[in-house]
Design a protein. Structure first.
Length: 134
């Protein structure tokens, strides 16, 4: 899971909190991948974002993977999904990597799930997720 940290191009850990809660409720095993600069971005943010990030990290400590510096989380996310048949929650289309992972563009396989937030609710229709973002 990568760009769920950003909502409308703003850093929003409260989306991650809502997503983690919804996935647990649905009994869906999850893992959260982040680029190496995530802590830098959080450090520059306001106190609410810092607090939400700390809460997310505390509640999901064993599910978080920050990739090594100089690499992108996308590569790790796609490799894990490919090797394990996992699903990805992201609004990224990964078009630049379809030649490596044919399932990305395969509509029948539906392993890439899009999300949106509307009026304070995180929605992922493919997974039946409808969760309030606090």
């Amino acid at each position: 899971i990568n760009n769920v940290l950003r909502g409308d191009d703003e850093i929003s850990p409260c989306l991650l909190i809502a997503l983690a809660k919804a996935l647990k409720k649905a009994d869906i095993t999850s893992r959260f991948y982040f680029d190496a600069n995530v802590e830098f971005l959080i450090d520059k943010a306001d106190e609410k974002i810092k607090s939400d990030w700390a809460k997310f990290k505390t509640e999901n400590e064993n599910l978080i993977k920050i990739v090594p510096g100089g690499s992108q989380a996308d590569e790790f996310i796609l490799m894990k999904a490919d090797k394990e048949g996992s699903h990805i929650i992201s609004n990224d289309r990964y078009r630049d990597r379809e030649h490596l992972y044919a399932w990305i563009g395969n509509r029948e396989e539906r392993r890439l799930h899009k999300f949106t937030v509307d009026e304070g609710t995180l929605m992922i229709p493919d997974l039946g997720i409808y969760e309030t973002v606090e």
